[in-house]
Write a protein that binds this ligand. Structure first.
Ligand code: PA5
Length: 464
């Protein structure tokens, strides 16, 4: 295996370790995985899996993104992303992983912009964010594929007004970039009248699969990350996830084990990176897995209510929070650890208080060794109780490995959709909540939804 390739260790899912009752024989899933892959191949031929083409974007594809990044860097030192769900989580995942949890507190490297993702329009936090901005030095990337999501559009209207009040109409427009559908939606309508720069979300790339499109790439370029390495990593993984069967295909193995265990009552999938900086990745994955696989109806229209609940956790922090439940609670979980092999930072624990025996063993060891020992001990303790886990190993937390991880998990989600017989590309439940919000907020054309909401409001209330 190449030194810079991620790997998936699933030894702690096998009958050899967990016994017959809790272990899974991967080979049992070979035929089912192959059928799901054939179905996925069909989707690809129909042009529905645009995310698989994103890694092969070349310089000319990236030119409009780089041009905007360059322009914004000349104009501002802070970029605020206005977007939600798939329009926000991928950027946070990669930026947090590469620049750290404290990225917006600690100084960024020369020329790199601070990127703030405002994915919640609730007034307290959004207001606080706006209060703290120097608008002269701030640009805004409004990201909405549909151009109609109430949260993002409301935030945009607030910001648009504020910019014009403080800087005038021309400067307001200069500080905006829209990332949206190639032709449709409110942002395109606005951009017809006002000269706002626009980038495209390809039609065949859904929100939660869009991190490697302009959705993620513009903010990540503004933050100074290496898009070439990110895409190169994703391209390396694309080759592997398209291999038929389970052999050497991380996405297929991941999907088979998750689906296999979900069908044996393990309805909770915990993603637990042993690095705080990778918590955003676990949150990105939680959306991808939940929104793609949590479906009422099968592909044949039958009522099935499928899905596996993803939980984002972080090691070692959650060893002292959720782990007790994972160890001894219901046998309903599969845990995926993400373990960097190189934390790219060495902190050696000083040899102090050597006379205290219960402290002396730590002296001279590194914090990297401690994190890895904690992860290994947790996996072993779970396995001892018949509780399965996999470990996704990252040679390093860099753009290349992240590209591999993102693409692998996206492909795994589609394969899992095929195995479960649900559509991993739609989100009817999310759309329903969007429509009810439109109704309640008085949008024309959503009168039925308004009446539905009034019906709920008129129901007897039970409040203590
Ligand atoms: O994955 C999805 O499709 C959703 O999470 C969307 O990204 C989210 O609802 C935001 O939609 P939009 O980009 O259209 O504003």
């Amino acid at each position: 295996m190449a030194d810079d390739m991620i790997s998936l260790d699933y030894g702690f899912c096998t009958p050899a370790v967990l016994g017959e009752q809790h272990g899974l024989e991967l080979a049992e899933f070979e035929q089912r995985v192959r059928r799901a892959q054939q179905w996925m191949g069909g989707l690809r031929q129909e042009g529905k899996l645009g995310f698989l083409d994103l890694p092969s974007q070349d310089q000319s594809d990236l030119a409009p993104i780089m041009e905007q990044a360059e322009r914004l860097r000349g104009l501002a030192d802070t970029l605020v992303v206005l977007g939600i769900g798939g329009s926000a989580l991928g950027t946070t995942a990669v930026d947090m992983a590469l620049a750290g949890t404290l990225r917006n507190v600690a100084p960024r490297p020369e020329g790199a912009m601070r990127v703030l993702v405002a994915d919640n329009p609730e007034p307290r936090s959004f207001g606080q964010l706006l209060d703290g901005l120097d608008l002269q030095r701030t640009a805004f990337n409004v990201i909405s594929k549909s151009g109609s999501t109430a949260e993002t559009m409301s935030q945009f209207l607030v910001v648009r007004e504020l910019l014009e009040q403080k800087l005038g109409a021309e400067q307001a427009v200069a500080r905006l970039v829209f990332t949206t559908d190639p032709e449709l939606g409110n942002l395109r309508l606005i951009a017809r009248d006002e000269p706002v720069a626009c980038l495209e979300v390809p039609r065949n790339v859904g929100g939660r699969y869009s991190v490697l499109s302009a959705v993620g790439l513009l903010p990540l370029a503004c933050a100074g990350h290496d898009l070439g390495e990110l895409l190169a990593g994703a391209a390396e993984m694309t080759q592997r996830v398209l291999r038929p069967g389970l052999a050497d295909n991380l996405a297929a193995v991941f999907a088979a084990l998750c689906v296999g265990y979900s069908e044996r009552g393990r309805n909770v999938l915990v993603m637990m990176p042993y690095a705080s900086d990778l918590f955003g990745l676990a949150q990105w994955f939680a959306q991808l897995w939940a929104e793609s696989l949590g479906k009422a109806r099968s592909l044949d229209g039958e009522l099935v209510h499928r899905g596996q609940t993803p939980v984002a956790a972080v090691g070692t922090t959650d060893q002292h929070s959720q782990l007790q439940l994972y160890m001894e609670g219901p046998q309903d979980k599969l845990v995926v650890f993400i373990l960097p092999e190189d934390y790219q930072r060495v902190i050696t624990i000083p040899r102090r208080y050597q006379q205290i025996e219960s402290l002396a063993y730590l002296g001279g060891q590194t914090l990297c060794r401690l994190a890895q020992a904690e992860a290994a001990a947790t996996a072993a303790a779970l396995a001892g109780g018949g509780r399965p886990s996999m470990t996704l190993r990252l040679p390093a937390v860099n753009a290349r490995c992240l590209g591999q991880v993102l693409l692998m998990l996206e492909a795994a989600t589609v394969i899992a959709g095929g195995m479960l017989g649900v559509d991993p590309l739609d989100q009817p439940g999310v759309e329903m909540s969007k429509r009810l919000t439109y109704g309640l907020m008085g949008r024309r054309g959503f009168e039925d939804e308004r009446r539905q909401m009034e019906g709920f409001a008129a129901a007897p209330r039970f409040v203590v």
